[in-house]
Design a protein around this ligand. Structure first.
Ligand code: NAD
Ligand code: GLY
Length: 360
């Protein structure tokens, strides 16, 4: 088993990464003991893994309750949060209870937000079961839901007490979801670690074959990079914005296509290519780097082209409402060089349009 710490002082927590962790009570911190635990999951994950988590928590003397959401990004809205409150209140769960997020990023983001706000805050742990949630969304405490006017627009920064990553859960993950997670993995190489980027490009076959050692390495390195960034800038005043490389484009694509029609990671893939196109226009990375990225994304099964129905003008309009806009000025993440990101503002609309249209 590997362990990565998120160094946030008294709110620090560990990310445990390994095999067969869900059903072993030893994976869980002693702090969970004897609490009423509300496990929040979705209807795809529940039949696969809920009983394993139940029994591990029961071994800790927990009284275990469940709330099972319908799966999917379309469920990530405030009505689902209200339904979780309803369940917790009906069960009379008090501040000593524990919320447990068992599932992908949708379950994790919503459970975290419900935990942040139920009784003004109860502890929660993350048990991510998609690659995307294991390398990204379960770490760092961004929680929340979508609004019809924008993705992840309602939420809170609220850290989990622990993250438990069992790589065995990836065996049941649909191939399309696995590929979506790989988009966030290569993001870390692009923004923060050239060696990791090169390693990912060389090991494409083993990555596609889901070799256990390779999975451990990509999850550990991704979590290390994310933990380091979050520890330095928990509330995204600066460097944490680098983790949003490609995401301003991505959120506009997801919104226009309708949440859930493209997976988040698929939109990240095309969004990163757009951000790379921008970096080429700004003279920061060579065109060959964009071509290599596009080839890798295609090899692992990710899209590299924007669907025809997505108009450039609609994207630009939505991007103007991004969370990174400050005093009305859009800030975008570009690459200073391969393996190093930076925040840029005042990029002309023409350059942004060109970066989008190059993905047609
Ligand atoms: P998801 O939660 O919708 O899960 C994808 C699908 O896989 C779902 O149908 C789910 O039921 C199913 N599933 C989950 N685990 C499974 C398993 N082991 N076997 C079989 N099926 C399984 O999507 P996701 O890609 O995990 O997460 C995307 C969400 O994460 C988006 O809402 C995005 O905004 C959010 N996100 C948040 C952060 C953050 O920092 N909080 C970062 C990145 C993404
Ligand atoms: N996924 C971006 C962040 O956590 O900041």
């Amino acid at each position: 088993m590997l362990s990565v710490m998120v160094g946030l002082g008294e709110r620090q927590y560990s990310i445990e990464i390994g095999s067969d962790l869900l059903s072993s009570s030893k994976s869980y911190l002693p702090f969970v003991a004897n609490r009423a635990a509300l496990i929040i999951t979705d209807d795809n994950v529940a039949p696969l893994y809920l009983s394993q988590v139940d029994s591990a928590l029961e071994q800790h003397g927990c009284q275990v309750f469940h709330y099972v959401l319908n799966a999917g990004e379309q469920q990530k809205h405030l009505d689902s949060i209200a339904a979780i409150y309803q369940q917790a209140l009906s069960l009379k769960l008090d501040r000593q209870c524990l919320f447990v997020a068992l599932g992908g990023g949708v379950v994790g983001d919503m459970t975290g937000f419900a935990a942040a706000t139920y009784l003004r805050g109860v502890p929660f742990i993350q048990i991510p079961t998609t690659l995307l949630s294991q390398v990204d969304s379960s770490v760092g405490g961004k929680t929340g839901v979508n609004h019809t006017l924008g993705k992840n627009m309602i939420g809170a920064f609220y850290q989990p007490k622990q993250v438990i990553i069992d790589i065995e859960t990836l065996q049941t993950l649909p191939a399309r979801e696995y590929a979506a997670g790989l988009a966030e993995v290569i993001k870390y190489g692009l923004i923060a670690d050239l060696n990791f980027l090169q390693w990912l490009m060389v090991n494409t076959k083993a990555i596609i074959e889901m070799d256990d050692g390779v999975l451990m390495k990509i999850i550990e390195r991704s979590c290390e990079i994310k933990a380091e960034v979050v520890a330095a800038d928990e509330r995204e005043k600066g460097i944490r914005a680098h983790l949003n490389f490609g995401h301003t484009f991505c959120h506009a694509i997801e919104n226009i296509l309708g949440y859930g029609n493209w997976l988040h990671g698929e939109a990240v893939a095309v969004g990163m290519l757009m951000a790379m196109n921008l970096s080429v226009s700004l003279g920061q990375v060579p065109q060959s780097a964009v071509d290599a990225l596009a080839d890798w994304l295609e090899d692992v099964g990710l899209p590299t082209k924007l669907p025809e129905q997505v108009a450039t003008s609609d994207m630009i309009q939505l991007m103007a409402g991004d969370k990174k806009v400050e005093f009305g000025v859009l800030r975008l993440i570009t690459l200073k060089s391969l393996g190093e990101a930076e925040i840029r503002s005042n990029i002309s609309e023409d350059l942004i349009a060109k970066a989008i249209d190059t993905c047609r």
